[in-house]
Design a protein around this ligand. Structure first.
Ligand SMILES: [Zn+2]
Length: 491
């Protein structure tokens, strides 16, 4: 953000530009303007990536990201499965946003945000996959790049402000504000909306192909739209976020349904990951005590879709409400309902977390160590394991382990975040700042990374090898920063 003045001058235009770029699951209008080939004259792939990184930095700073490794890992795994099926070679990042509004949005460069409200509202995994596929298509079809051409804005104006505009749209009643701005501009933006509708239609069509290829139910797309529309009619004052900006049209639903003609009936079972993570999202976005009541009441009335996941949600809500003995009991029932023979990482992780809350940190270490062996591909269990070791006063062992994990998962920022905490516990200030720098570097926060390395450098008593390592890394990041700035055209 170089110039505030410049930003405010174009803020209005950006708010208008947003609907297609950072998508609300908008609608289609009947007319389909000629979009031309998937031209990217307005933005190169590298520029799209930089827009995405810049917007991500702002979203991260806003504190709206859901800080939960398990839900994050789940949306990424689901998203990756869909990206593989789509055949795209863009490197995607999916991230959960702590927001009850039913919405998802796409940012150029392969970033897709998913509100917890959307995860909670999805009746089946295919519905969540349908929205993600739609968002992936916005990215792979370079809709923002194509819109930028139509708008005749320089891409760098978008780059500077996309993140801010997203935040403005998300803050408080911002979504309503967005709609008001859009309406106020009337005809002036009609051309742009035409683009938007065409993009929506294209994202629906390509998204449904992705759904089919990845083994999800393509019918989930129209089903989900239809349900949203119904809920909109029933609860007009509390309509899902994306219906407010542009209503889902019957045409859009009909188009999606038409693509399903002559399809043989098939069952699409939900994964256990989806069932557990949906409850996790529900608890993390809500109020613990209210949720305990909600789960207990629906348990009595037998209003639940999956008993183990429902009991897991109850146990998690009880843990959040500090009802530890009850949480333990509910979790035991969840495990029993899930089946004694096999467990699930979410159940094991919750076992460890309840033990930690009870002050049984040694037990938690053992629980997590066992779970890591049982589910070696779930990195979130490894974070839990390190956190438990730190609580149990095993900082030296935790340091050894985290450094092994950093070698195995070199691009994973969260291991460096853990290392920084461990180094602090061990009283190693220079190492602490160095690890924190590596954490920031992996989030494309080079400025913050350089700051941390300078702090690391200024610590007294560091040995020669450590200090020359810090020096070398500092030079590397500074050179990279310089290069990035040089490549950035002036606004
Ligand atoms: Zn869309």
């Amino acid at each position: 953000m170089k110039s505030t003045r410049c930003l405010s001058a174009i803020a209005l235009s950006l708010a208008l530009a947003l609907p297609a770029g950072a998508d609300d699951l908008n609608t289609t209008l009947p007319s389909l303007p000629d979009l031309g080939a998937s031209s990217q004259e307005g933005l190169t792939g590298a520029q799209e990536r930089q827009i995405g990184e810049s917007a991500m930095r702002e979203i991260r700073r806003s504190g709206e990201l859901l800080d939960d490794a398990q839900v994050q890992a789940y949306v990424n795994a689901l998203g990756s499965k869909l990206v593989d099926a789509s055949g795209s070679d863009i490197q995607f990042t999916f991230f959960p946003v702590d927001n009850k509004q039913v919405n998802a949005f796409s940012i150029p460069g392969g970033y897709v945000g998913v509100n917890t409200g959307l995860i909670v509202m999805a009746q089946h995994e295919s519905e969540l996959a349908a929205v993600l596929s739609h968002e992936i298509a916005h990215n792979t079809q370079h809709h923002l790049a194509r819109m930028v051409e139509g708008l005749r804005f320089t891409p760098w104006m978008m780059l500077a402000s996309l993140g801010l505009a997203i935040l403005a749209a998300r803050a408080g009643n911002g979504d309503a504000g967005m709609a008001a701005v859009a309406t106020g501009q009337g005809l002036a933006i009609q051309k742009q909306l035409d683009f938007t509708y065409a993009f929506e239609q294209e994202a629906d069509r390509i998204g449904m192909q992705t759904l089919t290829k990845s083994g999800f139910d393509p019918a989930a797309m129209p089903t989900f739209f239809e349900r949203l529309q119904k809920s909109n009619r029933l609860f007009e004052s509390n309509a899902p976020e994306f219906l407010r900006t542009h209503p889902v049209t019957y045409k859009r639903i009909a188009d999606a349904e038409a693509r399903l003609k002559d399809r043989a009936y098939k069952q699409y079972p939900d994964s256990a990951d989806f069932l557990f993570m949906r409850e996790r999202a529900r608890v993390l976005q809500g109020q613990a005590k209210e949720l305990v009541e909600y789960y207990q009441k629906s348990l009595i009335e037998k209003r639940y879709t999956n008993l183990p996941a429902h009991l897991y949600g109850l146990a998690l809500a009880q843990l959040q409400a500090h009802q530890l003995a009850e949480a333990e009991k509910s979790l035991a029932s969840a495990k029993q309902a899930f089946g004694a023979k096999h467990s699930h990482p979410a159940l094991e992780s919750l076992t460890g977390d309840i033990q930690l809350a009870e002050g049984k940190s040694q037990d938690a270490v053992a629980t997590y160590a066992k779970a890591v062996r049982q589910f070696p591909d779930k990195t979130s269990l490894r974070y839990g394991q390190l956190d438990a070791m730190l609580s149990a006063g095993q900082a030296p062992e935790a340091l050894k382990l985290v450094q092994e994990y950093e070698v195995s998962y070199p691009s994973d920022a969260l291991f460096y975040q853990r290392e920084s905490r461990i180094q602090e516990k061990l009283g190693k200030q220079a190492e602490k700042h160095k690890a924190q720098a590596e954490y920031y570097a992996r989030l494309n926060e080079n400025g913050a990374a350089i700051e941390q390395l300078q702090l690391a450098k200024s610590q007294p008593g560091g040995d020669f090898y450590l200090m020359s390592g810090i020096e070398a890394r500092l030079r590397e990041l500074e050179a990279q920063n310089k290069l990035d700035n040089e490549n950035k055209p002036k606004l």
